[in-house]
Design a binder for this molecule. Structure first.
Ligand code: ZN
Length: 350
C-alpha cells in the first residue's frame, strides 16, 4: 500500500509538472518569405515574418503578428496552417511593394471570409524631399487597398450575393494605426504581455523597424534598414537605431545584401540601392555588439543559386548558403546564424 501511495504521488507530481510545462509561454518566428526585391526567383515568396505567441499547450497560437507581407504571404501562411483571418495585426516596415503586395491579397481574403477588423501598424504620412517629392502614405495604401477590385466591379458583385459582407469593401476592415517616427523605441501595439515597439530606421522615408517582447523572449524585425549615412566612407552599413532596438534580443530577423553584389567587387548592381541595405558581414557585427543570440538572414540579395539579379550578373557566380554564412562569420559573431529559407521557423520558450 505504501509503495502504491509513493507511486501515485510520483505520478501526480510528474503529471502536474508536465501540465505546468505545457502552460509555459512560447514564441515562434517563421519566415513567410525570403526573396529580396520586387523581381521573382523560383518559388520564393516576398519578404515577411510571422510571430506567434501562446503556450506550448496551444502550439504558441494565442496571438498572430505578421511583419511585412510580400508576394505569396497568404500561401505561406496557409502552409503554416494560419488563415489570414487569424492575424491580429500586420506591421509594415516600409512601402516597397516586395513588402506590401501580399497585404492586398490578405485584406481581400479577410473581407471575403467575413473577418473582423485587422490592425495595420505602419508609418504616419511622411513628406519625402530631395531626390523625389511625394508623400509616402501607408494610410493611402490602406484606403485604396482594394481599388482594382472595386473599379473592376468585383466588390459590388460579391456584396450583391451576400448581405453579410461589409458594404464598404476590404479597406473598411483595416484599423489603421499610424506610428510617429522616433529615434527612441516606442510601444506601438500591445496585447497582455506581448508588446511591440517601433523605431525609425533608414532605407526609404517612413521606414520602421520593430521589436516584439513576450514572456517567451524577444525578436527584432529590422526590415530593409541600412546605415543612416547612405554612402561610404562610413563605419558600417547597418542602422544605429536597429542596433539600439536589438540590445540583448533573442532573435534578429534582418534583410541582407551580400558584399559581392556591391561596387567593391565590380558588380553593375546600382550602388545607391546596394548602399541602402545592410551587408551580411555588418549584420553579424551588429548582432555581436548588441548581444543578439540568434541572427536570421532574410530578403537575401542575391537569392541563393541566382546567377543574375535582374540584368546584373553576380560576380563570381551564384551564391550558396555557405557564402552567406562565411561572410556573416567574418564579423566574429559567435551566435546562431540562420540563412533564411521560406517557412524556416525558430521557437523560443519561457
Ligand atoms: Zn525596401
Amino acid at each position: 500500500m505504501t509503495q502504491f501511495i509513493k507511486f501515485l504521488s510520483l505520478f501526480l507530481l510528474a503529471f502536474s509538472m508536465n501540465a505546468f510545462a505545457q502552460d509555459k509561454q512560447c514564441m515562434e518566428v517563421s519566415l513567410t518569405g525570403t526573396h529580396g526585391g520586387p523581381d521573382v526567383y523560383k518559388g520564393l515568396a516576398g519578404a515577411g515574418t510571422l510571430v506567434k505567441v501562446g503556450t506550448i499547450n496551444n502550439g504558441c497560437s494565442d496571438i498572430f503578428l505578421q511583419f511585412d507581407a510580400g508576394r505569396g504571404t497568404a500561401l505561406r501562411l496557409a502552409e503554416l496552417d494560419v488563415h489570414p483571418n487569424m492575424l491580429n495585426a500586420v506591421f509594415l516596415t516600409h512601402l516597397h511593394s516586395d513588402h506590401t503586395v501580399g497585404l492586398i491579397d490578405i485584406a481581400q481574403t479577410r473581407w471575403h471570409s467575413f473577418s473582423k477588423k485587422l490592425d495595420l501598424v505602419c508609418s504616419e504620412d511622411v513628406e519625402a524631399s530631395g531626390v523625389f517629392s511625394r508623400v509616402m502614405s501607408c494610410e493611402q495604401f490602406a484606403t485604396h487597398i482594394a481599388d482594382a477590385a472595386l473599379y473592376a466591379g468585383e466588390i459590388t458583385q460579391r456584396i450583391s450575393e451576400s448581405k453579410k459582407r461589409n458594404k464598404n469593401g476590404p479597406n473598411d476592415l483595416i484599423n489603421f494605426m499610424p506610428v510617429a517616427l522616433s529615434n527612441d523605441p516606442k510601444v506601438v501595439w500591445q496585447s497582455g504581455e506581448v508588446i511591440v515597439s517601433a523605431i525609425a530606421s533608414s532605407h526609404i522615408p517612413g521606414n520602421l523597424s520593430y521589436r516584439v517582447d513576450s514572456p517567451a523572449g524577444s525578436v527584432v524585425i529590422g526590415g530593409d534598414a541600412g546605415n543612416e549615412k547612405l554612402t561610404p566612407p562610413r563605419g558600417s552599413s547597418t542602422s544605429k537605431n536597429v542596433e539600439l532596438l536589438s540590445k540583448n534580443a533573442d532573435i534578429l530577423v534582418h534583410s541582407t545584401i551580400h558584399p559581392y553584389i556591391g561596387p567593391t567587387y565590380g558588380s553593375t548592381f546600382p550602388a545607391p540601392i546596394f548602399y541602402r541595405q545592410s551587408t551580411s558581414t555588418d549584420l553579424g557585427a551588429l548582432a555581436k555588439r548588441a548581444n543578439v543570440s540568434q541572427l536570421m538572414l532574410t530578403h537575401l540579395v542575391p537569392a541563393i543559386g541566382a546567377e543574375k539579379l535582374g540584368p546584373h550578373t553576380v560576380p563570381g557566380g551564384a551564391l550558396s548558403e555557405k557564402d552567406y554564412l562565411k561572410s556573416t562569420r567574418e564579423s566574429g559573431y559567435k551566435g546562431k546564424i540562420y540563412v533564411g529559407k521560406d517557412l524556416m521557423t525558430v521557437r523560443l520558450l519561457q
